[in-house]
Design a protein around this ligand. Structure first.
Ligand SMILES: Cc1cc2nc3c(=O)[nH]c(=O)nc-3n(C[C@H](O)[C@H](O)[C@H](O)COP(=O)(O)OP(=O)(O)OC[C@H]3O[C@@H](n4cnc5c(N)ncnc54)[C@H](O)[C@@H]3O)c2cc1C
Ligand code: SF4
Length: 499
């Protein structure tokens, strides 16, 4: 009887459930890791995402070997061939795998029909188990993130004074929407020189014959747990105090502002959510940091991240095909090149090409907002997001893009669509200043496409929007619009993305 463990590419922590279970039987437990080239071609992934995942895997394999595990590391065309060969060579009778975070991979695992038993060990990479989330969700009419977040704070006793939230309120979001006015003194992100392992992966990705997206270099992401911990520490000392106030701001040439840059590491397992939250809470207790920043950050990791993952496993498969507004426009080619005269989209897509990164408001209020109001097909948009971001995985992408970004689920996640005109982009960024379009105009040749698409979106979907909470108030403005303006808006919207 030999038990072996297959460590998946986003399970890179020594305490992951399958490894933890065999911690005292290392010598008798072969470990397998596989870099599958086929998996890297499922879509046009960002070149830096491939480098990050494969380099972090190679570093983690070396760490496991250093800790006494016998690790087979395979670079192969697919997963199945090296897996079967390893099972045979090592006489594996029981294969243990920590439950994958993504549903398609779980389906793949279950249909393998291997010549050994397969045991899936519950995933310990999140604060909430799938079962606990389902229990929380099953007796509720509305699955509000805010209720989930409060429950999490109470359960884990984070930022609490007895039964009450520290500071007397649960949420300080109102203080976290400062527009980027004047000269902002932004901190530099912590970067890392690629070592020999990373350089070898960069070369492999450069030589790859399959299509990728974006620039592979400069590559300066962390690739080990030790480096990821340095990023966390750097965030806490240089960014956390100001994180809250400018959380929604967007500035040309400022890729990261005060954002944490932690999602790539959290999603790979290099960092654990609880240690991140506790480190931030400790900093709050030891230094007198502003509560709006602390609470704002903890809400992201403890609230949004866990909620998105919980919902992803809670919903039925049909959720992923939802298209509430019946939007069917294909993605314009410039989503892949950034070559558009709309400066906000040009800036954000170019930044993602260069780095694989965009912060939340760039994703939500520029990329997803445009996709929503322009009527792009939701599953094509989801696939694009999944391709181009360095931190994208099925579990985090589906609910963020379909639910939060596009309202394709009809309001299961968001109480109203995150749709906005150029007014929002202009208030929260400096993009409009350098744009060929006029953010104030909704008609005329200089009209900003965010304006005519926005009003056209409200017009097209009036009946569906009427019942969505606060939307009825906004629809009243549509009623006040001049007839000829509305006709022109419809015409411009129809022509703008026409081939
Ligand atoms: C349309 C859309 C697509 C997104 N795609 C992804 C994705 O592919 N991968 C991903 O990790 N996040 C995604 N997010 C969530 C969020 O935008 C990113 O986690 C965040 O921008 C990562 O940068 P950061 O680490 O600097 O984040 P910060 O702004 O510093 O936030 C701190 C942390 O909070 C967590 N977080 C915050 N919001 C969310 C959220 N909505 N869902 C999950 N985690 C959250 C992340 O772990 C993040 O590292 C998406 C959001 C939207 C609206
Ligand atoms: S004017 Fe419109 S297209 Fe140009 S940057 Fe502003 S919102 Fe974007």
């Amino acid at each position: 009887m030999t038990t072996g463990i297959w460590v998946l590419g986003d399970q890179l922590f020594a305490g992951q459930a399958a490894l933890a279970k065999r911690q005292d039987q290392q010598a008798d437990t072969p470990v397998l890791m596989i870099e599958s080239r086929q998996h890297g071609q499922q879509r046009r992934y960002h070149a830096q995402k491939l480098v990050l995942v494969w380099s972090a895997m190679r570093h983690f394999a070396a760490e496991l070997k250093g800790a006494g595990w016998t690790v087979s590391y395979e670079i192969a065309a697919d997963f199945e061939t090296p897996l079967r060969q390893w099972i045979q060579k090592q006489n594996i009778t029981m294969l243990q795998v920590m439950e994958p975070s993504d549903r398609p991979f779980l389906t793949f695992l279950k249909q393998l029909d291997l010549p050994c038993d397969l045991e899936l060990i519950p995933n310990n990479h999140f604060l909430w188990s799938i079962g606990d989330f389902n229990d929380w969700a099953s007796d509720r009419k509305r699955l509000l993130m805010e209720s989930f977040y409060r429950e999490g704070r109470k359960r884990l006793n984070i930022l609490m004074e007895g039964d009450a939230p520290i500071g007397g309120q649960w949420n300080f979001d109102k203080e976290n929407r400062k527009p980027p006015k004047g000269d902002l003194d932004t901190p530099e992100p912590l970067t890392f020189e690629p070592d020999d392992i990373t350089q070898a992966v960069i070369k492999a990705v450069q030589k790859a014959t399959f299509p990728t997206f974006g620039a592979v270099e400069p590559f300066d992401w962390a690739v080990t747990r030790d480096q990821a911990l340095q990023v966390l520490d750097h965030f806490i000392t240089t960014r956390l105090p100001t994180f809250g106030s400018y959380q929604d701001a967007m500035v040309t040439g400022e890729d990261t502002l005060w954002h944490a840059l932690l999602s790539p590491y959290l999603n790979l397992g290099l960092l654990q959510p609880l240690e991140v939250i506790e480190a931030v809470e400790k900093a709050y207790n030891e230094e007198d940091l502003p509560l709006n920043s602390i609470e704002g950050f903890i809400r992201q990791v403890m609230g949004w991240r866990e909620y998105m993952r919980g919902l992803y496993w809670y919903v039925n498969e049909e959720y992923f095909e939802r298209n509430f507004f019946d939007h069917d426009h294909p993605l314009p080619d410039w989503f892949w090149t950034g070559e558009t005269e709309m400066n906000c989209l040009h800036q954000v897509i170019s930044q993602v090409q260069r780095t694989g990164y965009g912060h939340h408001i760039q994703r939500l209020m520029v990329l997803a907002n445009f996709s929503l109001i322009a009527g792009l097909q939701p599953q094509a948009v989801e696939d694009w997001f999944h391709a181009v971001f360095i931190d994208a995985y099925d579990w985090v992408m589906q609910t963020n893009v379909l639910g939060m970004g596009l309202f394709a689920d009809g309001g299961m996640l968001a109480s109203k669509p995150y749709s906005a005109s150029a007014n929002y982009v202009n208030r929260m960024s400096d993009y409009c200043k350098g744009c060929r379009y006029n953010h104030k105009q909704k008609t005329g040749d200089d009209a900003c496409p965010f304006n005519f698409f926005y009003w056209n979106f409200l017009d097209r979907h009036r009946s569906k929007l009427q019942s969505q909470g606060r939307m009825s108030f906004i629809l009243k403005n549509l009623d006040k619009m001049k007839r000829e303006d509305l006709v022109e808006i419809r015409d411009r919207a129809a022509k703008f993305l026409a081939p």
